[in-house]
Write a protein that binds this ligand. Structure first.
Ligand SMILES: *Cc1c(COP(=O)(O)O)cnc(C)c1O
Length: 440
């Protein structure tokens, strides 16, 4: 619209009265001419969870300038990339500055060598290299995948869940009106201690997109093979597609728990998987992820979903950074895999520290319930008698430790708090000492 620009090009010799009249005219023009806001944005209820956590933390620091906060809040990695990975990226970047080493656009679906390496490392016998698509991260893939199904699709999510499944669905118009923090048109599947964090699927309408995350953020629960078989059977019987978020698969330490949905019989006709180097390899800032879309997954009219996904990746995306992909290749060779395991073990040690702190006598006295299975970087704990935000504020105020209120992940997260184990050991140890002093 020309309104905003016009006010910047007022001639110097225009008098004050003319200026006012022009502004009034522009104002009317603005009111009548501007395009409508995407109603998805106005529908989005409260702000995104993590900015609110950041706001409360900032306000606390502003009013307590001496407080040194420790964050066990946002799930952001803290440990440096290993030299093996960072050198691979540095070498690649340097080579880009040479005639022989330079490359421009690559295949939009990703470096063939990386697609092959991911297929071989994580999906041997379950998915082929040409079913693997490299991306700039799992969150971006979750956003893009919603363009496949349009605004008419029904959506089901675990409750609590990673906020992007719901918020992204709202933005593409797949959700109805908001009421009390939930949306009509979305089926929420409570995952609570009462059902051992595996939902009752019978409420899911036919032909739904089911977002399912295991190991789960925020509960940390890693579903068993039997449970995922139930999910896959349900999806196949009811014409649903499961969008399986396996961002924490490499944190699984209990043997026998599935690390990919494609370990489950029947998954190739009802599921796609989204995954990422962010959490296991510390690529949160580097940005690298992947999706797996089996050729055998079809729409109602028989069109393979992979056909449209290839289209999305070439049309709405132009390929992941070649430097990041060089880092991904290094992360998946034998040295990289060994280092990745070490980094994950480091975070899982933090999980043990936090879990032990929450077993302290002060927590026991108030009946704190701790749910962590050691298969994810999160400790999910319930504080009877508190709302999530009230215990969040209390821990912030008395311990100067930032957590994440469980209710921010869904109504079934009320009265829970999520402790993230991403942090340096020394900081986590200090946070645990402070938690021991919390008066409940
Ligand atoms: C962190 C996280 C992601 C985001 O991963 P990126 O690859 O960094 O975009 C996706 N899903 C879940 C469940 C996460 O916790």
């Amino acid at each position: 619209m020309n309104g905003a620009n016009a006010s910047r090009i007022l001639p110097d010799n225009m008098d004050c009265c003319q200026t006012v009249l022009l502004h009034i005219a522009l104002c009317f023009a603005t009111m009548t001419d501007m395009i409508q806001r995407n109603s998805g944005f106005s529908r989005l209820a409260a702000g995104y969870l993590f900015p609110e956590v950041a706001r409360r933390s900032r306000e606390y620091v502003a009013s307590h300038p001496d407080a040194c906060l420790i964050s066990l809040g946002i799930g952001n990695t803290t440990e440096p990339l290993t030299p093996h990975i960072s050198n691979a990226m540095a070498d690649y970047a340097r080579a880009l500055g040479t005639a022989e080493g330079y490359s421009g656009y690559g295949d939009e679906q990703g470096l063939p060598a990386l697609r092959a390496k991911i297929a071989e490392t994580f999906y041997s016998g379950m998915a082929d290299a040409d079913e693997v698509f490299i991306s700039d991260g799992a969150k971006c893939d979750i956003a893009r995948i919603q363009t496949l199904f349009g605004s008419g699709v029904h959506v089901a999510v675990q409750d609590p869940a990673y906020p992007v499944y719901v918020d992204g669905s709202v933005l593409v118009g797949a959700a109805g009106e908001a009421r009390d923090g939930t949306y009509s048109g979305i089926t929420y599947l409570p995952c609570t201690p009462q059902n051992s964090f595996f939902p009752d699927l019978t409420a899911v309408p036919d032909n739904s997109i089911i977002y399912f995350c295991s190991p789960n953020n925020p509960t940390g629960y890693a579903s068993t093979k039997d449970e995922l078989q139930q999910l896959v059977n349900f999806a196949n019987e009811h014409g649903c597609i499961v969008v399986f978020d396996a961002a924490y698969a490499q944190f699984i330490r209990t043997s026998g728990l599935p690390k990919t949905i494609f370990e489950i019989a029947g998954a190739r006709t009802c599921a796609v998987e989204i995954n990422s180097f962010s959490k296991p390899a510390g690529f949160t800032g580097v940005r690298l992820g992947w999706s797996v879309v089996p050729k055998t997954l079809l729409y109602a009219d028989g069109t393979p979903v992979i056909k449209d996904w290839a289209r999305v990746m070439t049309t709405l995306f132009n390929g992941a950074s070649n430097i990041a992909q060089a880092g991904g290749l290094a992360a998946l060779d034998s040295e990289g895999l060994a280092e990745m395991k070490k980094t994950i073990d480091y975070y899982l040690e933090n999980v043990r520290l936090i879990h032990a702190a929450l077993e302290g006598s002060n927590f026991k006295a108030c009946g704190t319930e701790i749910y962590s299975t050691g298969n994810s970087p999160y400790v999910w704990a319930r504080f009877p008698g508190f709302t999530s935000w009230s215990i969040f504020d209390k821990i912030l105020d008395e311990c100067r430790v930032v957590t994440t209120p469980g209710s921010g992940f869904g109504a079934a997260g009320e009265s829970f708090v999520r402790f993230s184990a991403f942090g340096h050991h020394s900081a986590v140890q200090e946070a645990c000492e402070r938690l021991a002093l919390l008066k409940l």
